[in-house]
Design a protein around this ligand. Structure first.
Ligand SMILES: [Zn+2]
Length: 228
């Protein structure tokens, strides 16, 4: 196979150089990522780049040779968006609390949302309702019905009273996220002069509301998490 017999295929040297350049960039990002779960996202992007380039080559066009790549990428995307995926079902030997990684991630974002609203002056019940509404609006219903704020309340209390080991990493997520969160004044949410004392941004409540309502709508939690 060469370019003469496959005039549709762009120059092989250019194709190869393009792929190598892209992978060189992605491997740097991959190595530099300290968070093990964010690394998963970077690995998916790396795989996607290879698959995308292979797909350009004539023998791959119109075949199913790249389907496993796509299935894996869909799987990873499902983990990140919290939409659930059969491959994510844990091996469960009789436990009653089985939950997929993706479901746990949704809980973490819900708890983060409640936390930021409470910090912004919401009462607990208001915050539960706000997040339940955000869940429903993002298409995550409870057996076809609007998501109940009671579920949000249960998750929050499990977190608050440290009853659930799966939520143990929430505090780290919250701290990392808000420590680096820029504020509307070009400073940081935890270090802003807008309120006169140089500690908390005066716009906290508004930013918290925006964060809480958008957290569950974003298709790719992880990229958003890093790039904000
Ligand atoms: Zn500010």
């Amino acid at each position: 196979m060469n370019k003469d017999s496959n005039p549709d295929w762009r120059d092989q040297t250019e194709w190869l150089q393009d792929l190598v350049t892209e992978l060189e960039q992605r491997i740097k990002i991959y190595h530099a990522e300290p968070d093990v779960e964010l690394k998963r996202n970077k690995a998916a992007a790396y795989m996607g780049s290879i698959a995308g380039h292979l797909q350009e080559i004539p023998p791959f066009k119109g075949t199913d040779l790249l389907v496993p790549f796509k299935d894996l990428l869909i799987f990873i995307h499902s983990l990140e968006s919290g939409s659930g995926h059969p491959w994510a079902k844990p091996n469960n030997f009789g436990g009653t609390n089985s939950e997929t990684v993706a479901e746990t991630e949704v809980r973490i974002w819900i708890v983060m949302g409640v936390w930021s609203l409470l910090e912004g002056g919401y009462r607990k019940n208001q915050a539960y309702k706000y997040m339940a509404n955000a869940m429903t609006e993002s298409g995550r219903t409870s057996k076809g019905r609007p998501f109940s704020h009671r579920n949000v309340q249960r998750w929050w209390l499990d977190y608050e009273y440290q009853r659930d080991d799966r939520l143990a990493k929430v505090q780290g997520h919250i701290e990392n996220y808000w420590a680096e969160m820029p504020c509307p004044h070009g400073q940081l949410m935890f270090n802003c002069k807008s309120n006169g004392n140089g500690i908390r941004c005066a716009n906290w409540r508004l930013v918290a509301e925006e964060f809480a309502s958008n957290a569950l709508k974003v298709a790719n939690f992880r990229d958003w998490f890093v790039s904000r």
